[in-house]
Design a protein around this ligand. Sequence first.
Ligand code: NAD
Ligand code: IPM
Ligand code: MN
Length: 366
Amino acid sequence: MTNPSLLILPGDGIGPEVMAEVRKVIDWFGANQGLNFDVSEDLVGGAAYDVHGVPLHDDTMAKALAVDAVLLGAVGGPKYDTLDFSVKPERGLLRLRKEMDLFSNLRPAQCFDALADFSSLKKDVVAGLDIMIVRELTSGVYFGEPRGIFEEGNERVGINTQRYTESEIDRVARSAFELARKRSGKVCSMEKANVMESGILWREVVQKVRDTDYPDIELSHMYADNGAMQLVRWPKQFDVIVTDNLFGDILSDCAAMLTGSLGMLPSASLGAPRANGRPAALYEPVHGSAPDIAGQGKANPIACVLSFAMALRYSFDAGAAADQLEAAVQKVLADGARTADLMGAEGGTPLTTTQMGDAIIAALSA
Ligand code: NAD
Ligand code: IPM
Ligand code: MN
């Protein structure tokens, strides 16, 4: 039997740094549990631009479509800020999402007990928190036409279009309801139906899918601005949140801080099941390339490690290995292991990226 295939795209900034730690974890599962993957590695983002003049080479795109799962680090950075929009590093990531049709982006925000004290919110607000944001990822204002910067009279106008079809809303709503069935059975849908027609349609379609096929799900609707406030006020009122591409981008960064650091938040971007039964899938941390700390060994690799745990669970039917990896992360945090982003005013010497990776490997081996 051939091994499942995994394409690794470390990308830019701290991407390669955190990915090096995930490589150790992948190797550990191979050596200790016979869980082997056909791993290949390629370029994305600025790293691809530097070599190919484009942020994603067609060959890399073809590979991404052929493998069982893609694991990505991060893209972008100041070096590429002045590039033409069409070849900016972020376009490489957006092309992957669009061409792999990864419409359902799962962004869990879980507060590990050991970090409850560290959140910028009070401990009782975040302790035990475990929510899942389902972000629509292949449509909305990120991709809607018309878009561009145009001449209008004697000035320019920048245009982006929020656009959702019924079927795009329908499929992401179903993925949220399916997930909710495995959790608490509760979904909150967020849009701005008070000011946007796309929000009115979003609310109608989500409600119809619920009424037709998921009557067991408890569905509520909330305006996204109120949702942002409620996430910070009392996040434990939520279980699954389903929302559009742009609101999901912002709300998930907000949810990241509930867990203590953006360096903790993994994500899975999933498409429809393919012929082999597995969904097209890309796993990546929610954070970016963190130019302010890149190259200094300060990055927290946990978001990327937990993204690999999601790959084990959603792409490789290895739920037990995923549980084990998540438990290892919990253990190192409980034992006091902290990268700089997880340290408060009390000080102390933070672990480097490599030391945190080593601590996770030691916990796996214990
Ligand atoms: P960012 O997520 O890179 O960084 C925001 C802040 O969080 C920074 O202070 C950074 O140091 C910190 N941070 C992020 N990840 C961390 C980690 N693992 N450990 C410790 N600290 C961490 O967001 P930004 O600064 O707005 O964007 C920088 C670049 O990354 C931009 O080019 C942006 O487009 C890109 N970006 C890429 C992705 C992605 O590849 N999926 C996501 C977000 C931003
Ligand atoms: C994210 C990022 C991306 C987005 C960028 C880098 C394209 O912020 O994955 O959250 O806006 O979706
Ligand atoms: Mn984002």
